[in-house]
Design a protein around this ligand. Structure first.
Ligand code: KIV
Ligand code: ZN
Length: 513
C-alpha cells in the first residue's frame, strides 16, 4: 500500500470559515487532537496575519511533538520572517509558500506577468531555504493555470529547493477527470518530479472536493490537504475524514492508505464542531448523526440478517460509540479524570478543577452524566484565556399571556458588576436584549440554533449563536440543562470572542488568504 500523507489546514483555511474565530487554547487543543488522529502535517495558521496569529502558532509549536508544523506565507520576505518567528520552537517546521499562477489571478490580483510570478516565487523559495529544510510551494489556482506554465513553475520550485509542490483547486472549479489528468501531465513532464512530494488541496464549491482529491491520489499525488468536517473558505475544503475512509474502504481500488488512527475521527469531528460553532449536518458522510442510522424496514431487516447488507463502515471504526453511561453524582475526581482520558482529553490541573466543579453541578441537575455530556461540558470550559464578560446570574419571568421579562447580572473583567433588565417578544429575546444593554453590544443575531446533547427531558441543550457587529462575525456556544441559560452563555461566549477578535485586529492588519 502506498502511504498518503495527510495535511490538515483546519486551523488556517478552516478558521477562514465565516464566523469562526478560535482562541489560542482551542487551537492548541485541536492541534493535540489532530496529533492523536495521526495527522502528518498541521498548518497552524498564517503568521503574518497578525501578532495574535503568530503567537497562536508559537503556542501550538510548543505542544505538537510528532506532526510537521507549518505556517502559511505569501512570497514576501516579511511573511517568511513572521513564519520563521512563529515556528522557531517547532520540532519539525515547514514553510508553506503560496503564489497564484492562473491567468485570472496574474492579471487582476497580482498584476504580474508569467516571468514576474516565476521570479517572485523562486526568490521566496530560495530565501525560505535559508531558514527551513522543508518548504511546500503552492501554485494557487493551479487548476485554472495553463498546463505548460504549471509544469515550468513546478520545475522551478523543485530547482529552487521546495520539498513539496501543492497544486490546488482553489475555487472548486475542477472536475475529477480533468484534475487527475493535470497530475498525470505534471508527473510525466516535470524533470526532477521524483525528488519531491506532490500534493493536492481542493475546495468544495461544486461539491466535488472529495472526488477531485481522490482523482489526484489515483493519479499519483503523495499528499492531500483538507480540514475536519470540511470547514473552510466559502463551501469549504476537502473533508479529511471522507478521503481517509474512502481510501480505507476502497483500498482494493486505490491501493493507498493514510496512517490515521481512524478511531479518533468521531472525537476530532465533535471537538472541531463544538469549538468552531459549525454544526455537522445529520446526513453528512462519515460523521453525521444519521451516517449509521437505518430507518426503512427493508434496510433494518437486512441489517439484522447481516450488517454488511447496508453497512460499509461501522460506527466503531471511527470511534462513534453510542452515548454510554459515564458517571454519576457520587463519582470522584479520580474517576472523572480517567473518563476524560478515555474520551481522549488531556487536561491540565486548572482545566481539571474547573471541569470537575462543573461536572458536580451538572450531576446535581442530571442523574446520568453521559459521554456526550462530558464532552460538551469540557469543551465549554476548555478556553482559559481572558474573558471580558462573565455571566453571573439571570432571572426570567415568562407566561404565555404576559410580556417575557429578563434581568441579568454580568461581571466585567475589571470587577464591575452590571445589572440590566429588559422585556422581549420571548424569553430568549428578553435575555438577549438585557445582555446587549449590559455589555453595550450593538451586535445583531445572525443565527441561533439549539439541539439536545443527549436524549431525555433532562438532557442538556446546546445553543450556537452567530453575532455580527461592524462586519465582524463571531460564533458562540453555551450548554446547560436549561435552554435559557444555555442561550445566555452562548451570547456571552460570542461577546468574549468578539472582544478577542477586536484585540487581534488592533494588534495588526488582518490579511486573510
Ligand atoms: O485554496 C488555496 O489555494 C489555498 C492555498 C493557500 C493552498 O488555500
Ligand atoms: Zn484553500
Amino acid at each position: 500500500m502506498r502511504k498518503i500523507y495527510v495535511f490538515d489546514t483546519t486551523l488556517r483555511d478552516g478558521e477562514q470559515s465565516p464566523g469562526v474565530s478560535l482562541t489560542m487554547e482551542e487551537k492548541v487543543a485541536i492541534a493535540l487532537q489532530l496529533e492523536r488522529l495521526g495527522i502528518d502535517r498541521i498548518e497552524a495558521g498564517f503568521a503574518a496575519t497578525s501578532p495574535g496569529d503568530l503567537q497562536s502558532i508559537r503556542e501550538v509549536a510548543k505542544h505538537v511533538k510528532n506532526a510537521t508544523l507549518l505556517s502559511l506565507a505569501r512570497c514576501h520576505t516579511k511573511d517568511i520572517d513572521a513564519a520563521v518567528e512563529a515556528l522557531k520552537d517547532a520540532e519539525d517546521p515547514c514553510l508553506h509558500l503560496v503564489l497564484a499562477t492562473s491567468p485570472i489571478h496574474r492579471e487582476y490580483k497580482l498584476r504580474m506577468d508569467k516571468a514576474k510570478v516565476m521570479e517572485t516565487a523562486e526568490a521566496a523559495i530560495r530565501y525560505g531555504r535559508k531558514f527551513f529544510d522543508k518548504i511546500e510551494f503552492s501554485a494557487e489556482d493551479a487548476s485554472r493555470t495553463e498546463i505548460d506554465f504549471l509544469c515550468e513553475m513546478t520545475a522551478m520550485a523543485i530547482r529552487a529547493g521546495a520539498t513539496v509542490v501543492n497544486l490546488p483547486d482553489t475555487v472548486g472549479f475542477a472536475t475529477p477527470e480533468q484534475f487527475g489528468a493535470m497530475f498525470r501531465t505534471i508527473k510525466a513532464n516535470v524533470p526532477g518530479i521524483e525528488k519531491i512530494q506532490l500534493s493536492t488541496h481542493c475546495h468544495d464549491d461544486l461539491g466535488m472536493a472529495t472526488a477531485n482529491t481522490l482523482a489526484a491520489i489515483a493519479n499519483g499525488v503523495d499528499q492531500f490537504e483538507g480540514t475536519i468536517n470540511g470547514i473552510g473558505e466559502r463551501a469549504g475544503n476537502t473533508c479529511i475524514e471522507e478521503v481517509a475512509l474512502a481510501l480505507e474502504t476502497r483500498s482494493d481500488f486505490y491501493g493507498a492508505k493514510t496512517a490515521l488512527q481512524l478511531g479518533e475521527i468521531y472525537q476530532t469531528s465533535r471537538m472541531v464542531s463544538k469549538m468552531t460553532g459549525m454544526s455537522v449536518p445529520g446526513n453528512k458522510a462519515i460523521v453525521g448523526a444519521n451516517a449509521f442510522a437505518h430507518e426503512s424496514g427493508i434496510h433494518q431487516d437486512g441489517m439484522l440478517k447481516n450488517r454488511s447488507t447496508y453497512e460499509i463502515i461501522t460506527p466503531e471504526t471511527i470511534g462513534a460509540s453510542s452515548s454510554k453511561l459515564v458517571l454519576g453524582k457520587h463519582s470522584g475526581r479520580h474517576a472523572f479524570k480517567e473518563k476524560l482520558t478515555d474520551l481522549g482529553y488531556t487536561v491540565d490541573e486548572e482545566q481539571l478543577n474547573i471541569a470537575f466543579a462543573k461536572f458536580k453541578e451538572l450531576a446535581d441537575r442530571k442523574k446520568n452524566v453521559l459521554a456526550e455530556d462530558t464532552r460538551a461540558l469540557l469543551e465549554e470550559n476548555m478556553a482559559t484565556g481572558p474573558k471580558p464578560y462573565v455571566l453571573d446570574s439571570i432571572h426570567v419571568s415568562y407566561g404565555n399571556r404576559s410580556l417575557p421579562t429578563a434581568s441579568v447580572r454580568i461581571i466585567k473583567q475589571d470587577g464591575t458588576v452590571t445589572d440590566e433588565a429588559s422585556v422581549g417578544n420571548g424569553s430568549v429575546d428578553a435575555v438577549y436584549q438585557a445582555l446587549a444593554k449590559a455589555t453595550g453590544s450593538r451586535a445583531e443575531l445572525e443565527d441561533y440554533s439549539i439541539h439536545s446533547v443527549t436524549q431525555g427531558t433532562d438532557a442538556q441543550g446546546e445553543v450556537h449563536v452567530v453575532l455580527k457587529q461592524d462586519e465582524v462575525t463571531v460564533s458562540g456556544r453555551g450548554v446547560s440543562t436549561d435552554i435559557i441559560e444555555a442561550s445566555a452563555k452562548a451570547y456571552i461566549d460570542a461577546m468574549n470572542r468578539m472582544a478577542g477578535r477586536r484585540e487581534r485586529e488592533r494588534e495588526g492588519n488582518i490579511v486573510i488568504y
